[in-house]
Design a protein around this ligand. Structure first.
Ligand code: BG6
Length: 281
């Protein structure tokens, strides 16, 4: 991959279990679990420290989707983050690290708000924990969205079922309507772009990399976005190879349907845990 070692931090747990974080956007670009890559990263991903990185876990803040003040999905994924805490191992062998982003000239030119974001990563033997905290360091109240745009790697998207969304209301951005999910197991077979609202805090995605299933547990992330561009849309994306759409499904935990509102001095903390489980569905 075409990035400099100065641009990344590595959380290495040993036994080919590691997390690589790019400081551009605090984007997790790799999670290896016992030798298996669990996240999809496009071979055509652009590492110019300007564009959002295609794959891994880009972070969406302060706005999900198109935004009149700045780039789509906000600026957190396209600004350079600071290392708040270098990777450290605890006595159980788990590895921690933290990054932060405070408002600066670039962010204030788009959104004239003072804030501090802290992104904490903990790597366990077969789980990746992410905590995201937004602090209002301003004298005014503000509203925002946030979301972890996780690209989960799959050997074949048509065999990977998402369980946990049945009976949820969703906004369908492809067909421009609202609907209720009927399926117990959702299998993506076409362009999909949906916001599932009031989702449970446990979702399972079956038949993923390394014959594992992935359990996604969330806290304070009530919405789940499911996205895959499918063949035609993928072709139009310069940073995706043509057949890549078969190799990932985005399962994105967030708070996007309604703004989170923070008064001066208040904080909002949200988190997700991805756990690789061996049972096949
Ligand atoms: C998803 C959105 O979260 O991200 C889609 O729901 C969007 O509408 C997709 O197309 C990819 O966005 P981007 O900006 O990374 O190309």
């Amino acid at each position: 991959m075409n990035y400099s070692t100065e641009d990344i931090i590595l959380l290495d747990r040993g036994a080919d279990t590691s997390v690589t974080v790019h400081l551009h956007g605090a984007t997790i670009i790799s999670w290896r679990c016992a030798g298996e890559e669990m996240l999809f990263l496009s071979k055509n991903a652009i590492f110019d420290n300007l564009k959002a990185i295609r794959g891994g876990i880009p972070l969406v803040f302060p706005k999900f989707g198109p935004w009149k003040y700045g780039p789509q999905h906000g600026f957190a994924r396209v600004l350079r983050w600071k290392v708040e805490m270098q990777p450290k191992k605890d006595k159980n062998g788990n590895v921690f690290a933290a990054l932060s982003l405070e408002d600066n000239d670039l962010s204030r030119a788009m959104w004239n708000i003072m804030f501090k974001l802290v992104y904490t990563i903990r790597l366990e033997e077969s789980a990746l924990h992410i905590d995201f905290t937004v602090h209002n360091t301003d004298k005014i109240t503000f509203g925002f969205n946030c979301l972890l745009h996780t690209y989960l790697a799959t050997p074949d998207i048509t065999k990977s079922g998402i369980i946990g969304l049945q009976n949820l209301n969703y906004q369908d951005k492809v067909n421009n309507c609202e609907d209720v999910e009927e399926k117990e197991e959702l299998i993506v077979r076409e362009h999909i772009d949906r916001i599932y609202m009031d989702a449970p805090n446990e979702i399972v995605v079956g038949n993923m990399a390394g014959n594992r299933s992935l359990m996604l547990k969330t806290f304070n992330f009530p919405d789940i976005v499911i996205w895959n561009p499918w063949r035609e849309k993928a072709k139009a994306m310069l940073d995706l190879c043509d057949s890549d759409y078969m190799k990932f499904v985005c399962v994105e935990a967030g708070r996007v349907n309604k703004d989170i509102v923070l008064k001066p001095g208040q904080s909002y903390e949200c988190s997700q845990i991805l756990a690789a489980i061996t049972a096949l569905l």
